[in-house]
Design a protein around this ligand. Structure first.
Ligand code: PLP
Length: 217
């Protein structure tokens, strides 16, 4: 792995190539740099290299990083959101990608401000995977739209682990179809191993960690 700046430059080239391959505008895709498990210095390094969007998945870990984070950074919550963390996460983060339960919505109702959210969909119906199943999505979205403290922005999915990125395409395509039906402007899909396919299928937010910051293990 090169430096964070080098890695970002390489990812940027790949994003541009993926956009060109399907006739999309580069500005329509937001790169969310997933900094989970990496120190705030890594966030700083990426920010200096031009990154502005950062993703974290655990409140305890994220709190000091968000607090110390560079002014002008936008924070995305992409992990499992426990109901008892809704208040803190809702205040600190700009966009929450992982809404998937009625109990979360009940906690949002107690807030005194409105939070931008996406609904997580378990596109491949994997057991033990977070997210709403595609067949339950319509009914869950009714609950989301009735919650006056959340602003529905889109759908998010974490694809199954695949060896060939093209195997993710069917799941991304399904999310895009569901998003279109729901009138969702945002689609959060694609990670280090399959973000190009996600862009081709309509991703507006790609979540890239290890390809920028290095291996977490
Ligand atoms: C960790 C994580 C990512 C980033 O994964 P990489 O494979 O390191 O790019 C993206 N989305 C979610 C929800 C994650 O938890």
């Amino acid at each position: 792995m090169g430096s964070v700046a080098d890695n970002l430059a390489r990812i940027e080239e790949r994003i541009q190539a993926a956009c060109a391959s399907c006739g999309r505008a580069r500005e329509d895709v937001t790169l969310v740099c997933v900094s989970k498990t990496f120190p705030r210095e890594a966030v700083q390094e990426a920010f200096i290299a031009g990154a502005r969007h950062f993703g974290e998945s655990r409140w305890q870990e994220a709190e000091p990083k968000v607090a110390a984070g560079p002014v002008g950074a936008t924070w995305h919550f992409i992990g499992k959101l426990q109901s008892n963390k809704v208040k803190k996460v809702g205040q600190a983060f700009h966009l929450i990608h992982t809404i998937d339960s009625i109990s979360q919505l009940a906690e949002f109702r107690k807030l005194d401000h409105v939070v931008d959210v996406m609904v997580e969909v378990n596109c491949a119906n994997e057991e033990q995977k977070a997210g709403i199943s595609p067949k339950s999505l319509d009914s869950f979205l009714e609950d989301v739209l009735q919650c006056e403290k959340v602003r529905f922005k889109g759908l998010m999915t974490v694809g199954p682990l695949v060896s060939d990125p093209d195997q993710s395409r069917v799941h991304f395509r399904l999310l895009a179809e569901l998003g279109k039906k729901a009138g969702a402007p945002f689609l959060s899909m694609g990670m280090s191993n399959d973000f190009e396919v996600a862009i081709q299928e309509g991703a507006t937010h790609i979540r890239v960690g290890s390809a920028i910051f290095g291996s977490r293990f």
